[in-house]
Design a binder for this molecule. Structure first.
Ligand code: C2E
Ligand code: MG
Ligand code: MG
Ligand code: MG
Length: 280
């Protein structure tokens, strides 16, 4: 009986594995079409500056509008794009598209683009960034790239030198999801980041967990002495917002301020827009 159960469980496991493998392969095949078929889009989420009470910039977040399966979120295709190398063309698309979009804005807001650690393996990354800036005419200081600690983890030297080259273009560099990785603080010595984004898990826990709050405090305290900007990610409530302000945060991103939006509706809910889509 036990043996049969075991076997059944194995069969079930195998069927599920096949299923997962098939789904993955489908996504991989479809992802190739997505790039050429213009199914990938960037959504823009506002970053609010509470000192000046305005939007200082937006983060570009990728969405895949699949012809059959509908909207697919990054966590369901970015890892596959990374494993297959498709991230290089997807990432170049994000850079071009985001720079074009920001260059068309009336204001001087910044645009943040996520870079996968895999993109650092491509020696053409710097020229992708240069071309995106040149073709759009976007001032380099309005582009911000977001990287995670994993960029500094492996192959440290060459990635740090790539970051230095990006910085030399005048582009700003943010450390994303800060606090979730490894021995976080030491990474701040290996590269002079312009900004740290406190991971949303700390914001989510700050009212229940003294540890989360202590970490937020440590990060904000440190940023003051190091002249690094801080953004709190994933701010969903007014209570979190007020508390973070008390802790010295002044840049905020999260559903409380606005969800990621396609460019047509980017300004809705923040400022009145006229039918031409221009801010009034
Ligand atoms: P991320 O860079 O940390 O982006 C922030 C994520 O938090 C986004 O998820 C955003 O929609 C979500 N978020 C924002 N505010 C809130 C909030 O108040 N509550 C909650 N629960 N979530 C919030 P999204 O768009 O699903 O993207 C997930 C991750 O996928 C991103 O995390 C980034 O690592 C990656 N990603 C997205 N677009 C790109 C891209 O163009 N290139 C690369 N390489 N990675 C990307
Ligand atoms: Mg990000
Ligand atoms: Mg993040
Ligand atoms: Mg993330």
């Amino acid at each position: 009986e036990a043996k049969r159960n075991g076997r059944n469980r194995y069969e079930l496991f195998r069927v599920e594995m096949d299923e997962a493998a098939r789904k993955r392969r489908d996504i991989e095949l479809d992802l190739r079409d997505a790039i050429t078929g213009k199914q990938l889009r960037l959504y823009y989420q506002p970053i609010t500056d509470s000192d000046h009470n305005d939007i200082t910039g937006y983060e570009a977040l990728m969405r895949w509008n699949h012809p059959v399966n509908g909207l697919i979120m990054p966590m369901d295709f970015i890892p596959i794009a990374e494993e297959t190398g498709l991230i290089h063309s997807i990432g170049a698309f994000a850079l071009y598209e985001a720079c074009q979009e920001a260059a068309s804005w009336v204001g001087e807001q910044t645009i943040a683009v996520n870079l996968s650690p895999v993109q650092f393996k491509n020696s053409a990354l710097i020229s992708f960034i240069e071309t995106a800036l040149e073709e759009s005419g976007l001032a380099p200081h309005r582009l911000e790239v977001e990287v995670t600690e994993s960029v500094l983890l492996e192959n440290n030297h060459s990635n740090v030198s790539t970051l230095e080259k990006i910085k030399a273009l005048g582009v700003r560099i943010a450390l994303d999801d800060f606090g979730t990785g490894y021995s976080s603080l030491s990474y701040l010595r290996s590269f002079p980041f312009d900004k740290i984004k406190i991971d949303k898990s700390f914001i989510n826990d700050m009212h229940e967990s003294r540890e989360a709050l202590a970490i937020i405090r440590a990060i904000t305290g440190m940023s003051r002495s190091m002249d690094i900007q801080i953004t709190a990610e994933g701010v969903e409530t007014g209570e979190q917002f007020r508390r973070l302000k008390e802790e010295g945060c002044s840049l905020f991103q999260g559903y409380f301020f606005g969800r990621p939006q396609p460019s047509e509706t980017r300004l809705m809910g923040f400022s009145p827009i006229d039918p031409s889509g221009q801010p009034t």
